[in-house]
Each structure stands twice: as structure tokens, then as C-alpha cells.
Design a protein around this ligand. Structure first.
Ligand SMILES: C[S@@+](CC[C@H](N)C(=O)[O-])C[C@H]1O[C@@H](n2cnc3c(N)ncnc32)[C@H](O)[C@@H]1O
Length: 540
């Protein structure tokens, strides 16, 4: 396991070394290519993520809360009977139950387990420390429910033998694994605070997966369905889950917490459960271009010298969301400040106050649910954003988030006075590579008037800045082509895949961009995953 500082140093040096090699190749062509220092950034602290402090008197809860190193907003576990781990074929210590667990578990009790190099590893005391606080709490409650048994009347403190003794028998049948997805923060939405239920705030959706023969032993057995739902409802409520879904091949049931409602927890446009988050951007100097101080999931203290802008997210629980809230906040702050600096530079170049429409225009590829898009729009740094995403569920979420935050571009709709504080966003469902090819083709033909789709045309081709946050495999070649041949003066590249980033930097730097700034963050502590942030500027 690598130490954080060492790991980030190694990652940064690897990128710098790579750029040095590229620079040497370019120097043969007498092109000047300075290499920037590496900025090692840290994930935002818990105070930016959790609004509530621990008020629990429960020792187990306090222990869970004390281990605040957790960060993951999505975790999946196999649910394996304890008896599996007592079999003689288990030879490694890691793949055995911890001795404290052996003393308290019955053979049929379920154990959270993870797969590691082909082995099934039980979680000690059922705790997965990388999970965030919301998920760790839910995990403990769900497991307590699943393993609760009925006492036998004639042996007060002993359990009956056999599967039948468990409270949640219907739900345990064929159960193989579970996935938890939570909000980035603990939410603390106002309605919940007024009800005095801190522990309910922040969404946590759980999905139980069932192996063959599935969730219902007889398909469309309404009685069995009712029994299942009744048990699921009790677990959902007792575990403070927002929703509990059961899934097996071709069958899906969802129950919502009795204290919340389905309303607001289903995505408009599809059937997915929704994860809510609120985020605040703190800025100063709103005119002509704001400077960003911080981003936080906790409401900031109001100060006269600052402007606080609130962003609301509704994210699909089954599609991509950044898995580490602290890293997401730090990256977002870096992106906002970099964009703000670029916009301010362009103001000083023009030495006049910029009107909204003269601010830089941004093309964002791989926008997801709008995690970056919406804060950029709401901080009014730019004049226009076009955001492209392939996954239908995320396109829907991004559009809905634009509507929720009043920043969706609507063709033919005149800008209102308040619009000068919000950049309008067009959300397009398209493969980034196809988008890039079409745009280049349309440019080559120089015939934008004959453009056949919304994705082509002069309106979409004259962007100043390109923001990309691709999957680990990096950019498609067509996207690199567009980056080089388009009119972009700047590229902001957010990367979670280092080797693909190095490959793409090769192409972009050789093709005419310098690296102006470089930052790295520990993406998943305890692994070698790093999030890299790169600002490329077109060489003069
Ligand atoms: C690393 S995620 C970043 C998402 C977003 N920026 C965020 O922070 O939530 C990469 C995104 O690219 C999308 N994606 C993957 N392949 C794509 C493609 N060929 N064209 C467009 N989007 C794609 C994925 O669906 C995912 O939302």
C-alpha cells in the first residue's frame, strides 16, 4: 500500500517526466514547452461534507463515526453465510472469519464479503472503512435486520436452528449481494432538520440482488410479492434507507422509506431512484467575473464580502456519480478557479467590462449528471455551455438538474434580467467521438447551414474552452482531433486513468498545446488511483 504523499509524488513525477520527453521531442522543432510544477491537492475535509456532528450515544455508532476515513458513496458486497467461512478449504487468514465474529455469528448468519484476487474475504465486524458515514451506518442496520432471529420460547437466550428462525425469511431467500449508493454529503435538508431527525438526512439507497430462481419463486405470485414488500418496508424503515430495491432477472420491486415518499425520489423521465445533494459555491467579486473561494456540501456562513450560490443535484442511483465526495469538491474548486482565471484574463485583455455573451464559451464532453456543469453555469463565469453525455440516464439527470437550477438553454427563449448571473446549458445526448467527428465534418464542409442535427452547426463549433472528464480509457482519437482542430484556446482535462492521460497529453502537446497547470489528488486512499487535473493552453 502506498503512502499518500509518496503516491501523489510518484504520479506527478511520472506525468512531468512524460511531459519532459514530449518537450525534448518538440525542442527539435524549436518549440518552447515549459513544464509546470505539480500541485498536490487534498480531498476536501469532512467539515465540507458533513453538516451534522455525531450526537449518537450508541457506542457502536460512535465507533463507526470515529473512523472518518470513509469516502466511498457507492459500495457493493456479497452476502455470504458464516458457514461458508468455516469450511476447511479456506486456508488464508484473510479469507477466514475473525475470531470475534466467530463467537457471535450463527452458521446461517449473513456476512458482508468482498471478492479479492478470486478469494471471498469477509469484512471484519461487518465494517467497510472506505465507505462513507452514511453507508457504514446503513450497512450495520441492514445486517442487524437480516441476522435477527426469533428466540425459542423454552430456551430464553438461545436461537432455534434452521433458516426459518430469521425474521426476514422471504427477503433472505436467494439473496446474494447488496449495493449501497448514498449522497455525497449527509444532506441535512431543512425539512428533515425541523423534524429533528439528523440521522435520516442524506439519501442512501440499497439494492438487494437475488440469484436463481430469483426474487419470487413463482413468477407473478402476488402473495409472495406482498410478503416480500412487507419485509423490505420494515428493513428500509429500520435501517433509515431512502429506498430498498429488490432485483433478480426480469423482476424489480422498490419500497420507499415511510417517512419520505416516492415523490422526489424517482427520476423524471425514467424509473431510477434519485440521490439528492446540495452544494454551495462561495465567491467574491461577482462582476465582471467571480472568483471562487470554496465549494462545500455544508451551507457556508453568510458574509457581506461573499456571495453564496446554491446548487441542487438529483442523481440517478444506478448511473455514474463521483464516488469520492472530497475529491469531487476539490476538483470542482480547481476547475472553477481555473475557468474564472481564464475569464478574468480575457476581461483584462479587453480592458472593458465583459457582457455575459462575451465571456468564454465552453464545450464539455463526458458531462455525466452535470456535477461540474451546473456549478460552472451557476457561477456565471462563462457565456454558454454545451454539455455532451452518452448515457441516457445521465443525460436525463443532467437536463433535470439544469431545470432544477434554472440554467437549461431553451431555444427561442429570450434571456431575462436575472439570466446574467447564470450561464445557460444545452445538454446533448451523443457519443463524444461521434460529436467530435460530426463537428469536424461540418467544419470541413464549411456548410453549417445544411447541418442535419442539433449537434452540428456554427453555433456549436466556436468554443473557447474544452472541458473533458472521460472514463479511465481516456479520449477517443476523434475528440483529440477536435481539440486540436477546433478553436479552443484552453483544455481542462480531468483524468482518472493515468496511462490514457499520458497517451492523450502526447497527442495534445505535440499537436500544439502547452501544459499550463497540473494537479493530482488521492482518488481512492489505500489504492494507487489518482485523479489528475490538467490545464492545457494553445501554444502561441
Ligand atoms: C468519469 S465520468 C465523468 C462524469 C462527470 N464529469 C462527473 O464528474 O460526474 C465519465 C462520463 O463519461 C460518460 N461517457 C463514457 N463514454 C462516453 C462517450 N463515448 N461519449 C460521451 N460520454 C461518455 C460516462 O457515462 C460518464 O458519465
Amino acid at each position: 500500500m502506498l503512502g499518500v504523499v509518496h503516491k501523489l509524488d510518484v504520479a506527478g513525477q511520472e506525468i512531468r517526466q512524460h511531459l519532459t520527453n514530449v518537450s525534448q521531442r518538440l525542442s527539435l522543432k524549436k518549440e518552447f514547452f515549459p513544464i509546470p510544477d505539480i500541485n498536490v491537492l487534498h480531498a476536501a475535509p469532512d467539515s465540507c461534507i458533513y453538516a451534522s456532528q455525531s450526537r449518537s450515544h450508541d457506542v457502536a455508532d460512535q465507533q463507526i463515526e470515529a473512523a472518518l476515513e470513509g469516502y466511498r458513496c457507492k459500495c457493493s458486497f456479497q452476502l455470504v453465510p458464516a458457514s461458508f467461512f468455516t469450511k476447511s478449504r479456506i486456508n488464508s487468514e484473510k479469507a477466514s472469519l475473525h475470531k470475534e465474529d466467530i463467537t457471535i455469528l450463527s452458521l446461517d448468519d449473513l456476512v458482508y464479503s468482498v471478492r479479492e484476487h478470486g478469494d471471498i474475504i469477509p469484512l471484519r465486524s461487518g465494517i467497510f472503512s472506505p465507505a462513507n458515514r452514511r453507508i457504514r451506518r446503513a450497512m450495520a442496520c441492514v445486517m442487524e435486520c437480516l441476522n435477527t432471529k426469533r428466540p425459542v420460547s423454552n430456551h430464553q437466550n438461545r436461537w432455534e436452528d434452521g433458516i426459518d428462525r430469521y425474521h426476514f425469511q422471504k427477503l433472505r431467500k436467494n439473496l446474494t449481494s447488496v449495493t449501497f449508493v448514498s449522497s455525497w454529503g449527509d444532506g441535512m435538508r431543512e425539512s428533515m432538520i425541523t423534524k429533528g431527525k439528523e440521522e435520516w438526512s442524506g439519501d442512501c439507497h440499497a439494492t438487494l440482488h437475488f440469484g436463481p430462481p430469483g426474487l419470487l419463486s413463482t413468477p407473478s405470485d402476488t402473495n409472495e410479492e406482498l410478503n416480500w414488500k412487507e419485509e423490505a418496508q420494515r428493513i428500509c424503515d429500520q435501517s433509515n434507507l431512502t429506498s430498498l430495491t429488490g432485483r433478480s432477472r426480469g423482476v424489480k420491486f422498490v419500497v420507499f422509506n415511510s417517512n419520505s415518499t416516492e415523490f422526489g425520489h424517482r427520476e423524471r423521465g425514467n424509473d431510477d431512484c434519485v440521490v439528492h445533494d446540495d452544494l454551495w459555491i462561495t465567491m467574491r467579486n461577482r462582476e465582471p467575473v467571480p472568483e471562487v473561494f470554496s465549494v462545500s456540501l455544508v451551507p457556508p456562513v453568510e458574509k457581506l464580502s461573499q456571495v453564496n450560490v446554491k446548487v441542487q443535484y438529483r442523481k440517478s442511483s444506478v448511473a455514474f456519480q463521483h464516488p469520492n465526495a472530497g475529491v469531487m469538491l476539490t476538483s470542482l474548486q480547481w476547475i472553477l478557479n481555473t475557468l474564472s482565471q481564464l475569464a478574468r484574463d480575457s476581461v483584462s485583455c479587453n480592458s472593458e467590462e465583459l457582457s455575459a455573451l462575451e465571456k468564454p464559451r465552453l464545450l464539455e464532453l463526458y458531462c455525466g449528471c452535470g456535477a461540474h456543469t451546473i456549478p460552472i453555469a451557476k457561477s456565471s463565469i462563462l457565456s454558454q455551455i454545451v454539455a455532451v453525455e452518452l448515457d441516457e440516464r445521465l443525460v436525463t439527470a443532467c437536463r433535470n438538474n439544469c431545470i432544477l437550477n434554472d440554467c437549461l438553454y431553451e431555444e427561442g427563449k429570450a434571456r431575462s434580467e436575472t439570466d446574467c448571473y447564470v450561464t445557460k446549458v444545452s445538454v446533448v445526448k451523443e457519443d463524444a467521438a461521434v460529436w467530435a467527428k460530426n463537428t469536424l465534418m461540418s467544419n470541413n464542409k464549411q456548410n453549417t447551414a445544411t447541418a442535419q442535427s442539433h449537434s452540428i452547426g456554427e453555433y456549436f463549433t466556436s468554443f473557447d474552452i474544452l472541458l473533458v472528464d472521460p472514463p479511465r480509457d481516456g479520449l477517443d482519437k476523434a475528440v483529440c482531433d477536435l481539440a486540436l482542430k477546433g478553436r479552443f484556446q484552453h483544455i481542462i482535462y480531468v483524468s482518472c486513468g493515468r496511462s490514457a492521460l499520458l497517451r492523450d497529453l502526447d497527442i495534445l502537446c505535440i499537436g500544439g498545446f502547452d501544459v499550463a497547470a497540473l494537479a493530482v489528488i488521492d482518488l481512492f486512499p489505500g489504492t494507487d488511483a489518482v485523479e489528475s487535473l490538467v490545464h492545457l493552453r494553445r501554444r502561441l
